[in-house]
Design a binder for this molecule. Structure first.
Ligand SMILES: Nc1ncnc2c1ncn2[C@@H]1O[C@H](COP(=O)(O)OP(=O)(O)OP(=O)(O)O)[C@@H](O)[C@H]1O
Length: 343
């Protein structure tokens, strides 16, 4: 759906040149929710604004749905932008217009007749969950409601792509989750491709299929969200994974676990994309004559399933414990490692 080749942006300020986006090449598939994460100044906002030429590239090519955005003249670019919706951190609503008139605005610009416009606005209001607030002004809305207006307005002309520039950064955690759920809902209902930039790894974890990590204008790491959680290669990526998983002080912890729990086996269970065996521990205890004591762990949910580690103490007859471990190996995708066996 989106193909980016050698995209660059160099700003010149006070005779100094600053490369905000540095020769970036990337492909994004149709229907994907693609996350771009990076710290402040990494070049994320500039990157996303280059895609619809809110910022003019210094070099490179952007092709969206077979149309080369970077070579369009201004009239054709205006038309192409109708196919590329965008939402912003600070919503960018028109304060003198009601909810419904904000949503109608891009339809007016596209020259849609009044009756059709009104029908479309109502559909969008229902889609984003704003029924009953049609005639409110932005100043009368909560942050979450304002972003719902932003989303409805961005979807008005039925775009194929939605760009989200830190769309939840101004919202509290609960509202953030509600807006992220809405984005997933829209992605599924409309098959829309979403590119989302953020500095928060939990946003990536919750809704993205793919993630790219940006640092100093470059993409330093990219892949399936679960793979990046599992094998973060760059220091910056490890820091982002730690935002969700906590820092790993595992070596110290292991010594403490082993000296505290002296009986049976201590087993590390590594969940990677597990979706079907959430009740693993209770299943093991029912099937085999083993006692399982949960010692420590952290498991988080990504869109591709659960990810994380759980340490358990397993006790019972050696034969039963071995059968239980064999079961995990053969029947589930959980990786199992016996890190201490007292028997
Ligand atoms: N219009 C501009 N003129 C000059 N420099 C700019 C301009 N816009 C951005 N920059 C610089 O480009 C670099 C990347 O900025 P950008 O806003 O894209 O980063 P970001 O990753 O989105 O960070 P943030 O989340 O803080 O906005 C920064 O060093 C910034 O100061």
């Amino acid at each position: 759906m989106i193909s980016i080749e050698g995209l660059s942006k160099i700003f010149t300020a006070d005779k100094q040149k600053l490369t905000a986006v540095d020769n970036l090449t990337l492909d994004i598939k149709d229907g994907e929710i693609f996350g771009v994460i990076g710290y402040s100044g990494a070049g994320k906002s500039t990157f996303v604004r280059l895609l619809n030429r809110l910022e003019e590239p210094t070099g490179g090519r952007v092709v969206i749905d077979k149309q080369e955005i970077t070579s369009l003249n201004s009239r054709k670019l205006r038309l192409a932008r109708q196919e590329i919706g965008m939402i912003f951190q600070h919503f960018n609503l028109l304060w003198s217009r009601t909810v419904k008139d904000n949503i109608a605005f891009p339809l007016e610009i596209a020259g849609i007749a009044k009756a059709e416009r009104e029908q479309r606005v109502q559909e969008l209001i229902d889609l984003v969950g704003l029924s009953g607030r049609e005639n409110a002004y932005p100043s009368q809305l909560s942050g979450g409601q304002k972003q719902r207006v932003g989303i409805a307005r961005a979807l008005a002309n039925r775009p194929k792509v939605l760009l989200c520039d830190e769309a939840t950064s101004a919202l509290d955690p609960e509202t953030t989750n509600a807006i992220l759920d809405l984005l997933v809902d829209i992605n599924q209902k409309l098959g829309l491709t979403i590119i989302l930039i953020t500095h928060e790894m939990h946003v990536i974890r919750k809704i993205c299929n793919q993630v790219a990590v940006m640092e100093k204008g470059k993409i330093v790491e990219q892949g399936d969200v679960l793979d990046v959680f599992l094998r973060p290669k760059q220091p910056v990526t490890r820091k982002f994974v730690q935002q969700v998983m906590g820092s790993s002080e595992e070596d110290d912890d292991l010594q403490l676990l082993m000296s505290t729990y002296k009986q049976g086996k201590i087993v590390r269970l590594h969940f990677i994309g597990e979706t079907t065996n959430q009740a693993l521990i209770s299943q093991l205890a029912k099937k085999y004559a083993v006692d399982i004591n949960i010692l420590q762990g952290k498991i988080t949910q990504t869109r591709a399933g659960a990810y994380g580690t759980l340490f358990v103490q397993m006790d019972g007859k050696a034969e039963e414990m071995n059968k239980a471990i064999q079961y995990i190996t053969d029947e589930t995708s959980v990786e199992v490692e016996v890190i201490r066996d007292a028997n």
